[in-house]
Design a protein around this ligand. Structure first.
Ligand SMILES: Cc1cc2nc3c(=O)[nH]c(=O)nc-3n(C[C@H](O)[C@H](O)[C@H](O)COP(=O)(O)OP(=O)(O)OC[C@H]3O[C@@H](n4cnc5c(N)ncnc54)[C@H](O)[C@@H]3O)c2cc1C
Length: 498
């Protein structure tokens, strides 16, 4: 049994991934003549109707959601996207935008009605321009994140958005989910990295806001409505993104600590010493650390001793490699002297630094062999992290005595992946039956600390009901008004977010 299992109510809404419904079955829900009209826009080659071809677009990586559709469209130009949306509005056809399909909240998957069509942006994959003087890249929505990182690198620049799915997620999806990842502490999330967007509205009109301006106070900031909207307001077709000078030195360290309070003190110390040069500060609990040593093939133990908590810290210097080295040594020496840090090791080479990061990236996978798990992607004010960890542990035990907290995440951003594995020897199904009770218990603690129940993965289908039930009613009302203003016919990714 793996840890990624559908929470109970979603199982009842899903269909089996391997059963391909017949074309007749699906097209009962969408007029075949209409399918032909959509297909004519992109050409037959790029209008997928065969259920075997369509299957990869209907389920997501963790297998929690399975949808149905009669048609996946793969447009090759902004004009084609515009004509698709025009026809969708004219005929009231719901459209689900999809990029790399790595989202974790079911936002990119169609529902099971068979009425929704999938719009894949992956053929819009040109890097239109890298402007090294303005420090910007203008890229299309289907550019893979890693491809952009490499193009920036080739121009002696850095595009700092970085996440484990970077080999397959795409810029349109990154912006639409306002992705975070490991570079947020120094550079911000996707929203903060975006200067301008080009969007096709549900009506088919093109909103060209591809500007490179850092300063622009001309009215409402419209681009930010589309960023993080999870495809519910329009289709992002291109964006202007910020580039940065490439650091001249990078140092990565692993530290062992006695408590989350000590980790907080180390974070404060590192910020005092390194300022903006502190580019990552990841907290790792002993349990995910041990799971990774146990289950991830080929990983090397970063520290010789065992500690209740670990920190992976990165310092990058724009001045020199030596500067980065000096800074990280200063931080760790002060931490050891003040007895904040129990033990620490600085990577001796680029390869060892990469190995430390690899260890960090493997934490989620390493939890799987431990059985069913219930996951949370939360944020609280950074200073409240120790309190969250203490209070949430109590809440978890009250729901399922013996359940195992698997806590790690981007501590510098106040964002933890707070996952709960079933008790040792426990039953997976019985544990997943506690899904909602566990979510509520953990999220109540988050709310008591004025935090967020979705720090970086979004709302999608997974947290829609909870968002509506628990967000301030005025916030939901304003979101509905925005949605209606942009998408009065309700055809943009219906059933997601609100
Ligand atoms: C192993 C792994 C690690 C991950 N780590 C992180 C992490 O550290 N931080 C993080 O934030 N996320 C993380 N994620 C989640 C995911 O990778 C991100 O949310 C990513 O930004 C999604 O991009 P995508 O191209 O796959 O988008 P998709 O999954 O295809 O779509 C995501 C959402 O965007 C919408 N959308 C897609 N393209 C467009 C478009 N062009 N216009 C309008 N709407 C669009 C979709 O409808 C959907 O709502 C991880 C996922 C995996 C599998």
């Amino acid at each position: 049994m793996t840890g990624f299992r559908a929470p109970p109510p979603l199982v009842t809404r899903s269909i089996e991934h391997h059963s391909f419904p017949s074309m007749n079955d699906i097209s009962r829900h969408i007029d075949p003549g209409l399918i032909d009209r959509f297909a004519a826009i992109v050409g037959d080659k790029y209008a997928l109707r065969d259920q075997q071809d369509i299957a990869p677009y209907l389920t997501e990586r963790r297998g929690l959601w399975h949808g149905r559709t009669a048609l996946v469209l793969r447009p090759g130009s902004v004009d084609e996207v515009s004509r698709i949306m025009q026809l969708a509005t004219e005929t009231g056809t719901p459209v689900v935008p999809q990029s790399g399909n790595t989202g974790l909240v079911g936002a990119q998957v169609p529902d099971t009605s068979g009425r929704q069509i999938v719009l894949s942006l992956s053929r819009l994959n040109r890097i239109r321009e890298v402007d090294v003087l303005s420090n910007t890249a203008t890229v299309e929505a289907g550019v893979i994140l890693q491809t952009l990182q490499e193009a920036a690198d080739a121009a002696d620049r850095l595009f700092p958005l970085s996440l484990a799915a970077q080999g397959s997620c795409q810029i349109g999806g990154n912006l639409s989910s306002n992705a975070g990842g490991t570079g947020v502490l120094a550079y911000g999330n996707a929203r903060e990295l975006c200067l301008g967007v080009e969007v096709v509205l549900p009506t088919g009109e093109v909103f060209d806001d591809l500007r490179k301006l850092k300063k622009d106070n001309t009215g409402y900031d419209l681009k930010n409505l589309f960023i993080g909207a999870e495809g519910t307001l329009g289709v992002i077709t291109a964006a202007v993104l910020k580039l940065f000078p490439k650091p001249k030195g990078r140092e990565v360290a692993f530290a062992g600590l006695s408590s989350p309070e000590a980790a907080l003190s180390l974070l404060s110390l590192a910020m005092d010493h390194a300022g903006a040069a502190l580019t990552a500060f990841e907290l790792i609990g002993q349990r995910p650390y041990d799971f990774t040593l146990l289950h991830a093939p080929g990983v090397v133990r970063p520290l010789s001793g065992d500690w209740p908590w670990y920190v992976l810290m990165q310092i990058s210097s724009g001045r020199s490699a030596q500067d980065a080295r000096t800074l990280i040594e200063e931080v760790l020496s002060a931490g050891l002297e003040q007895e904040i840090v129990g033990d620490a090791v600085i990577a001796a080479s680029i390869a060892q630094g990469d190995a430390f990061w690899n260890f960090r990236e493997l934490l989620p996978e390493a939890q799987k062999p431990e059985g069913a798990s219930i996951k949370h992607d939360i944020s609280v004010p950074v200073a409240a992290i120790p309190r969250f960890i203490e209070k949430a542990a109590g809440a978890v035990q009250s729901v399922s005595p013996g359940a195992r907290e698997v806590c790690f995440g981007h501590m510098g951003d106040g964002n933890l992946h707070y996952n709960i594995s079933r008790p040792i020897g426990g039953d997976d199904e019985a544990f997943l039956g506690l899904y909602h009770a566990m979510n509520k218990a953990v999220h109540d603690v988050v709310r008591s600390l004025h935090g967020s129940i979705s720090a970086e993965h979004g709302i999608g289908q997974l947290k829609r009901d909870e968002l509506i039930a628990t967000a301030p009613p005025m916030a939901i009302e304003l979101m509905r008004r925005v949605k209606t203003a942009f998408d009065p016919a309700g055809i943009m990714n219906p059933g997601k977010v609100i």
